[in-house]
Design a protein around this ligand. Structure first.
Ligand code: PGA
Length: 252
C-alpha cells in the first residue's frame, strides 16, 4: 500500500449555476457524511463565483474545496482575477494551476504556472499543477519530453509532497472519452515521478500525489486508480453528476 492518500478531485470548469452547484455539492456531502471515515480525500473545484455557495453546503463534511486558477500576485490591479487569499478566505485549501484550458485559452506558460503555484504555496494552499501533452506532441513521440519540460518549468522551488499535487492530463484525452492505455498512463506517471525527484528530491517525490486526468469516468476509474503511480484523479465531465463522481470515488 502506498502512503499517498488517494485524491479524487472534481474540476467543474465553467459549469453550473447556484441551484446546480448546491444540489451537486449537497448530494456529495450527503454521501460522504453517510459513509463516515474514508481512506481517500475528496476535493471539488467549483467556478470561483460559486465557491462561497458551495462552501456553505459542504461545511461540516470532509469535502475539500479548491479554486480552478489563481493570480500570481497577492492583490491589486488585475481585473477579473482571483487571488490565493480570496480563495483561502472563501474556504479553499487547494488551487488548480496550469490546466491545459488555461494554458490554451489564456496563453499561460510554464513560468506563469510556476508563479501561480508559488503564490498558492505562499498562502498555504495546495497547488494542483497540471501538465500534459497535446495529440500532435504525442504523435511526434514527444510525450515524455513535453511532460518533463513542464515539470521542470511549472513546479516552483519550495514544492513538497505536502503543498503540491501533480495532475497528468493528456490534452487529447480531456473531454473526449479517449484515454491512454493503462500501461501508457503508468509509464508516464512513473516518468513524471522521476522528473519531480530531480526537482524536489527522491523522498518528497515518492510522497507526492500524481493524479491522472482526461476522461476518467465510472467505467475506467477502477483500472486507472489501481495503477501503482496513479494517486487519484482530476475529473471534469464525470464530476458534474453526483452518482458518476461518487462511483469514481468508490474505486479509490
Ligand atoms: P474530463 O476533464 O474528465 O472531462 O476529461 C478533466 C479535466 O480537464 O480536468
Amino acid at each position: 500500500m502506498s502512503a499517498r492518500r488517494t485524491l479524487i478531485a472534481g474540476n467543474w470548469k465553467m459549469n453550473g449555476l447556484t441551484a446546480e452547484a448546491k444540489a451537486l455539492a449537497g448530494g456529495l456531502a450527503e454521501k460522504m457524511n453517510a459513509v463516515g471515515d474514508v481512506d481517500f480525500e475528496m476535493l471539488i473545484c467549483p467556478p470561483a463565483i460559486l465557491i462561497p455557495v458551495v462552501a456553505a453546503v459542504v461545511q461540516g463534511s470532509n469535502i475539500k474545496l479548491g479554486g480552478q486558477d489563481n493570480h500570481a500576485n497577492a492583490a491589486g490591479a488585475h481585473t477579473g482575477d482571483t487571488s490565493t487569499a480570496m480563495l483561502k478566505d472563501a474556504g479553499c485549501t487547494y488551487a488548480i494551476v496550469g490546466h491545459s484550458e488555461r494554458r490554451t485559452d489564456h496563453g499561460e506558460t510554464d513560468q506563469v504556472v510556476n508563479d501561480k503555484a508559488a503564490a498558492a504555496h505562499a498562502n498555504g494552499l495546495i497547488a494542483v499543477i497540471c501538465i500534459g501533452e497535446t495529440e500532435a506532441q504525442r504523435d511526434a513521440g514527444k510525450t515524455l519530453d513535453v511532460n518533463g519540460r513542464q515539470i521542470a518549468g511549472s513546479v516552483p522551488d519550495g514544492s513538497t509532497a505536502e503543498n503540491t499535487v501533480i495532475a497528468y492530463e493528456p490534452v487529447w484525452a480531456i473531454g473526449t472519452g479517449r484515454t491512454p492505455t493503462s500501461q501508457e498512463v503508468q509509464d508516464v506517471h512513473a516518468f513524471i515521478r522521476g522528473e519531480l525527484a530531480k526537482k524536489i528530491g527522491d523522498n518528497e517525490a515518492a510522497k507526492t500525489r500524481i493524479l491522472y486526468g482526461g476522461s476518467m469516468n465510472p467505467k475506467n476509474a477502477k483500472e486507472l486508480l489501481a495503477l501503482p503511480d496513479v494517486d487519484g484523479g482530476l475529473i471534469g465531465g464525470a464530476s458534474l453528476k453526483v452518482d458518476d463522481f461518487w462511483t469514481v470515488a468508490q474505486n479509490a
